[in-house]
Design a protein around this ligand. Structure first.
Ligand code: ATP
Ligand code: MG
Length: 379
């Protein structure tokens, strides 16, 4: 059933993704309720109402149901039970089933393996014995990742030699991790698609991503890949979306090896940082597309209107306020666009905003975005 503009959409999670989803939904005429929880929430500024209860709280669930016609989330670590409860009373997309698969790196990995999709060699570990086995079977160099709750490279440890093992958390069985082979990839890409309540699927152009210390730094589009890699990446993402029967946005993060082989790194059942440049560069942004998908509206054209690049603005160190310096210089650069998330406090590596630049060539777009980024700082 279509959820017509004028109705109210509830968003679980109050971060920058919720803020940009809210902006898109508002532009289309929807009311917005954000379940942000108690902390500093960028999405609050675009909401008609904000729920401050911790996510999962029963009174919040009841309030959200009373106020919303359709529900979605901007963060995959919301409690799946809450989504399940909400879905009994209102359409809630993506589903709790999708959340359960993507909230746990081991669940996600076995799902991908069942589908026959290649991934980095890996093994689940929780005890000292598991650790030894993984060391033998998968080997060093490796990355150890918490099975649940990690993002922006958090909850990860690099093991380059046996000496690094000492820095790992104690394997006492209380927490599960994944021991994953370190992959010498040629590049990282992401495929973002939307699938609507009607089953219609539209895929965005592929994004190429550069990370620094585990956090996305720069995205360029189009990705510098062969048509064959593109075809295969899209096929993988579509097959995952169909198998999950996802409604909403799906992001598939991939490593591309020198021989063109694709390994899926991880899934995000939501709009994604690498898709931010779609706001200026694509006929329809990932945020508008997500709203169309969950509301049962026809999906928009995803065509790339211009080569584009996006650079994240991260905090350098803890500061009590966010004061942006250099906006006039950054915005003097042709076709450079600034997005600031309205966060109240600067912290090291915290995502505070991003810049996107368009140009007639990819190199020029990267140069403009990089220059805009260099012009900006937090004072
Ligand atoms: P995010 O929330 O930013 O997507 P995350 O914390 O969920 O990240 P990953 O996506 O697994 O974690 O890892 C972050 C980045 O670290 C990857 O994009 C990649 O650059 C690097 N990385 C992760 N796993 C590996 C690996 N096995 N080999 C090489 N690099 C890796
Ligand atoms: Mg990732």
């Amino acid at each position: 059933m279509i959820c017509t503009p004028g109705a109210t959409i509830g968003i679980l999670g109050g971060g920058q993704l919720g803020r940009m989803l809210g902006l898109a939904a508002r532009a289309m005429g929807y009311g917005i309720v954000v379940w942000a929880g108690p902390q500093d929430a960028p999405a609050s500024a675009v909401a008609d109402r904000v729920l401050k209860q911790p996510l999962g709280d029963l009174s919040g669930t009841i309030e959200l149901l009373a106020q919303c016609d359709r529900i979605t989330f901007e963060w995959e670590n919301v409690p799946a039970e809450t989504v399940e409860m909400l879905a009994e009373h209102r359409p809630c997309h993506p589903s709790a089933t999708v959340l359960r698969v993507t909230q746990d790196r081991l669940e996600e990995r076995s799902f991908l393996t069942q589908l026959g999709i290649p991934t980095a060699p890996a093994q689940g570990i929780a005890s000292a014995t598991d650790l030894e086995l993984a060391q033998q079977n998968v080997g060093i160099p490796a990355r150890i990742k918490t099975a649940r709750g990690g993002y922006d490279g958090g909850g990860q440890w690099k093991v380059r030699s046996e000496q690094d093992l000492a820095a790992l958390p104690t394997m006492d069985g209380s927490t599960t991790y994944r021991w994953e082979k370190e992959i010498a990839f040629e590049r990282e890409i992401s495929v973002i698609l939307a699938r609507s309540t009607t089953g219609e699927v539209r895929v965005f152009p592929i994004f190429e991503n550069e990370h620094r210390e585990g956090v996305l730094h720069l995205t360029r589009c189009p990705a510098r890949i062969t048509p064959e890699v593109e075809r295969r990446a899209v096929q993988i993402a579509r097959s995952i979306a169909e198998k999950l029967e996802i409604v909403g946005t799906l992001t598939v993060e991939c490593f591309v090896l020198a021989d063109g082989e694709i390994l899926v790194n991880e899934l995000a059942p939501r709009v994604h940082n690498s898709g931010h440049l779609t706001i200026e560069a694509c006929a329809t942004s990932q945020f508008e597309q997500h709203i169309r998908a969950i509301c049962g509206l026809p999906l928009g054209d995803t065509a790339l209107r211009s080569p584009a690049a996006m650079v994240n603005l991260l905090g350098d160190r803890t500061r009590p306020t966010v004061t942006l310096v250099g906006a006039a210089d950054a915005l003097a650069i042709p076709d450079a666009h600034l997005h600031l998330y309205g966060k109240k406090e600067v912290r090291a590596r915290r995502k505070l905003g991003h810049v996107t630049a368009l140009a007639s060539t990819l190199d020029e777009a990267v140069s403009r975005a990089t220059r805009a980024h260099a012009a900006l700082s937090f004072g």
